[in-house]
Design a protein around this ligand. Structure first.
Ligand code: UGA
Length: 439
């Protein structure tokens, strides 16, 4: 099939490359010309495992191209996916849908043939019919345009795998057995044949599935982090507790890692966007719990700052602190709403001398936070440090020998914000070891 992907950030670029891998002819579109130049040369402008290989493979075999032209998009295919970013609106909890609406308004005048436009971006419920109305009114093909919704559940750092082998496909339509459903079932044929469950539903349900999935994931993380607070007060160990809970298949171990909490470009803003929309619909009471989920999450960052202070005899001012981790999670160079950088910058504001190392996110961190110092290796960051904070659980950090590291630091004190370092190993190497969620 021929198809296009409008908006080539994490979601769109991955979707475009994976659709080419499924055998389709794909045209990716973005208004950022630097981005499309990089993608067209087979290189993602961000780090995502396996993505560069797919981009290089399919830009070389001609199945994948990129453009900045809406006219080219409309003439290339009659199936268009929307992967435009929907960030949090400045000064509000709600989504900023500007770029998404601009994209649809820019595409509309070029649609002269019947077309299916499929939303993948995360949006507040009720967005799809508004986009459909724009297409009906502003596209020459008018009533022959159809909007469908196919929310995306990929995780950064597993984006390619999650796109090619999703847990489920959710397809939202205006009515039953539409042309759009036939087109999408054909497009995802290989994935459906491989056994992925397909849930076909209304546009509103499809939009809501995505927000609810992220709200649930955030709630699960904040639940275990609330228990971590109790564990610290009671002298218990939240990591052992989570392991014990996780064996109950109704609870499950995945997404139950206690620590510094969730960050990134999705869970925090989707949680807030979901609540904001519930408020507009007059149903925010039902979601009051999500406010607490957000508050618990932000409290973890405060607690880490307090722990650092405690470890440094009551003040961090003038102390050298090594921070391992800048990405919001391992496996990515994404620093959006990174808990690690939130802690690092807070400590810097309190007068600490911070040196950060991250295996992939240093360039992004340097640009966003030039006030911090950076080191090219984990050892260099720890040189003469009074305290080491482990804030993003890259395997590179968990593999480091605490014995070898001890001679580099001023004081052998470490706080593990991710429950990923082995306490016995560090204590046996002579370190004063603390972990968030343990006494
Ligand atoms: C999240 C969802 O997991 C995806 O399903 C969704 O498609 C995506 O948002 C999106 O909306 O685009 P992602 O932001 O890549 O994916 O990250 P996660 O792997 O969910 O991790 C989010 C944050 O939670 C990270 O900061 C991570 O360190 C933290 N986390 C995760 C925990 O603190 N504990 C856990 O047990 C799991």
């Amino acid at each position: 099939m021929k198809l296009t992907v409008i908006g080539c950030g994490y979601l769109g670029a991955t979707h475009a490359a994976c659709m080419a891998e499924l055998g389709h002819e794909v045209l990716g579109m973005d208004t950022d010309r630097d981005k499309i130049l990089a993608l067209g040369a087979g290189k993602a402008p961000f780090f995502e495992r396996g993505l560069d290989d797919l981009l290089a493979k399919h830009t070389a075999d001609g199945r994948l191209r990129f453009t900045a032209s809406y006219a080219e998009v409309a003439s290339f295919a009659d199936l268009h996916f929307l992967g435009v970013g929907t960030p949090q609106r400045a000064g509000s909890d709600a989504y900023d849908l500007n770029d998404l609406f601009i994209a649809v308004r820019s595409l509309a005048p070029h649609l002269h043939r019947p077309a299916v436009v499929v939303g993948k971006s995360t949006v507040p419920v009720g967005t799809a019919p508004r986009l459909a109305a724009i297409l009906r009114e502003e596209a020459p093909a008018g009533e022959q345009t159809e909007v469908a919704w196919n929310p995306e559940f990929l995780r950064e750092s597993y984006a390619v795998e999650d796109t090619l082998h999703p847990d489920r496909l959710v397809l939202g339509f205006t009515s039953e057995h539409t042309h759009a459903e036939r087109v999408l079932r054909q497009c995802f044929g290989k994935i459906i044949e491989a056994g992925a469950p397909v849930i076909t539903t209304s546009l509103a349900t499809a939009e809501l599935v995505k927000g609810s999935a992220n709200a649930f994931l955030a709630t699960k993380i904040s639940f275990i982090n609330a228990i971590a607070e109790v564990c610290e007060a009671a002298g218990a160990d939240v990591h052992q507790l989570a392991e014990a809970l996780g064996h109950d298949s109704r609870i499950g171990a995945r997404g139950l890692r206690a620590g510094l909490g969730f960050g990134g470009g999705c869970l925090p803003k989707d949680l807030r966007g979901f609540m904001a929309r519930a408020g507009e619909l007059g149903t925010d009471q039902a979601l009051g719990l999500l406010r607490e989920v957000d508050a618990i999450n932000l409290r973890r960052r405060e607690r880490m700052v307090d722990l650092a202070r405690e470890q440094l005899d009551g003040t961090v001012k003038g102390k050298r602190i090594a921070v391992w981790g800048a990405a919001f999670k391992p496996g990515t160079d994404d620093i959006r709403d990174s808990p690690a950088l939130a802690v690092a910058t807070h400590l810097h504001r309190l007068g600490a001398d911070i040196t950060v190392h991250d295996p992939k996110a240093l360039d992004n961190a340097r640009k966003a936070h030039p006030e911090l110092d950076y080191a090219d290796t984990a050892f260099d960051a720890a040189e003469r440090a009074d305290l080491l904070l482990h804030l993003t659980e890259w395997p590179e950090f968990t593999d480091i020998s605490p014995v070898g590291l001890a001679s580099h630091v001023s004081r052998t004190k470490v706080v593990d914000g991710r429950g990923a370092l082995d306490p016995d190993r560090w204590r046996q190497a002579g370190w004063n070891f603390r972990s968030l969620g343990c006494c």
